[in-house]
Every structure is written in C-alpha cells, then in structure tokens.
Ligand binder design. Structure first.
Ligand code: OOG
Ligand code: MG
Length: 263
C-alpha cells in the first residue's frame, strides 16, 4: 500500500536529492507526511535512483544499513534498510574525501560481497548467498544523512537512500569460504587511535544474512540483485563522525586494510 500520490513522491525525491547534491540539510520528511508508509519511502528512494540514471549516473552497487545492534542503538532505529550506490559515491583506497560536498559525514567499517549469480527473493537464505558469491572484500562506507543532526525515523532514512554518500573499497578480496566471516575481526583507527572494533557476527549474526535480507526486501518490489553486484552489508560498529584533517585506517582480519583522509 502507498499513501502518497506520484506527484508527491516525485516532489520529495527531488527535495531529498537536492539536499544531497547541494550538501544542505533538511527536516525529516515524516514531519510533513506522518502517514507515509514503507512503500512510499522506497518509492521515493527508487525515484531518486531513476533521476540519477536519467542524468547518466551508473548504479554500482547496493548497501544494507542498520544491520548491527551497534548501529541500531546509535540511531534509535531497529529495522534494517537498503540503499543504492551511484558511480560518484565510489572512492579509491587512500582517497582524500572532500567534506565540502558533504553535510556531516560519518564512517562505518563493513564487509562487502560481490555476486556471480542473481539473487531474487522471497525465500533467499544464507546458503543461496554463499552459492551466488564471487568474492568478499572490505569496504568503508561514508554516510551523510540529509536530515538535520542525523535525526530521523526509518521511513525518512529509507527515502533518503539510507544516508548513502561515499564508499571506499579495495584491500584483499577472498573467496567466501576462505574463512568464517562471523569471526572476521575489524579494528577502526582514527588519527592513529583505535576508536572501535567488532567482528562480522555483529551484522545479523552473519554478514551473508544481510545479503539474503537485501534479496528478500528487493523481491517484495519484484526486483533482484543481479549477478556481479557489489553489496555492502552494514556497519559492524557504530558510525564515527569525521572532519577535515582526520585520517582513517581500518584493519580487517585476512582482508588487509583500507585508509582515507578527509579534507
Ligand atoms: C542509516 C544508514 C546506516 C549502516 O551501515 O548501518 C548504514 C544511517 O545510520 O544514517 O549505512
Ligand atoms: Mg553503512
């Protein structure tokens, strides 16, 4: 069910995408549309995606969010959500990330998958995900909610493409059966000091369960995760705020390190 008209969906998509492109915060949209539902929220997100594709941007992956207790507790939201990744979100390992294009960036250490076969829900489980995985690799997401002070509810954040803004990937990719991702340790360092650490099991008990949930959530709209898709499974720790001058290093068990600085 949806409650908003196609005109309002289009207008809210333009409003939230402009907030992203102009790096200007806005109030959460549920303040003005308290009755909007999940379908409305995802309709707005898919309309933002359509706008970008129409402008020539390429979609280069998907992300799950709010999949760890650390993240859910930090944001006060207890339901996972997904978003898309556009070409210009992608930054190379070691990148200098320009904060003037962002509102209030935070970083998250994540484990990513690349698929080699399509995954279409409903009914996708962890074994399907493992069978469809080409390799796994480390990723750091830079989230940047367009909502003032990062304050939102689940429907507002879904409409805002789940705060997606930049990501860094690289490190060492591995076959998915090389190790148990649940015990894959991650150490986050900011300016040479450890700020947080966790392991893969923080994400829904197993990061592969996050990919399965993405396939099942997309399946509700008749969409699938195509073969060759890069999927970030969600922050293992709470997100860490960054500002110009900060330098970040994330160390992963067996998957190397990722680094970036903010300018
Ligand atoms: C929503 C996006 C969360 C993650 O990895 O948990 C997310 C937010 O916290 O702004 O990307
Ligand atoms: Mg994330």
């Amino acid at each position: 069910m949806s409650t908003l008209s196609p005109e309002v969906i289009a207008q809210l998509a333009e409003h939230l995408e402009n907030a992203e492109l102009n790096a200007q915060d806005v109030t959460k949209i549920t303040d003005d549309y308290p009755d909007m539902d999940f379908q409305d929220a995802y309709d707005i997100q898919w309309e933002i995606r359509r706008r970008k594709e129409e402008r020539g941007n390429k979609i280069v992956g998907m992300k799950m969010g709010l999949t760890s207790w650390a993240k859910m507790a930090q944001m006060g939201v207890e339901e996972p959500c997904y978003g898309f990744l556009a070409d210009y979100f992608s930054c190379p390992d070691g990148a200098a990330i320009d904060t003037s294009k962002l509102i209030h960036p935070k970083i998250e250490a994540e484990i990513a998958f690349v698929t080699k076969a399509p995954l279409k829900g409903p009914g996708i489980h962890v074994a399907d995900v493992i069978a469809a995985t080409d390799f796994v690799l480390p990723a750091v997401e830079v989230i940047d909610s367009r909502y003032r002070d990062f304050k939102f509810d689940i429907k507002s954040v879904v409409a805002d493409n789940s705060s997606s803004s930049r990501f860094v990937t690289g490190g060492r990719s591995l076959p998915v059966d090389h190790m148990d991702l649940r015990t894959c340790g991650v150490v986050m360092e900011k300016n040479g000091e450890i700020v947080d650490m966790a392991c893969g099991a923080a994400v829904l008990g197993d990061p592969a369960a996050s990919v399965a949930m993405l396939a099942n959530m997309m399946g509700e709209r008749g969409e699938e995760i195509p073969a060759g898709t890069f999927v970030m499974t969600g922050g293992v720790t709470a997100a860490v705020a960054v500002e110009p001058g900060d330098s970040i290093l994330v160390r992963y068990h067996e998957m190397g390190t990722l680094s970036m600085r903010f300018v």
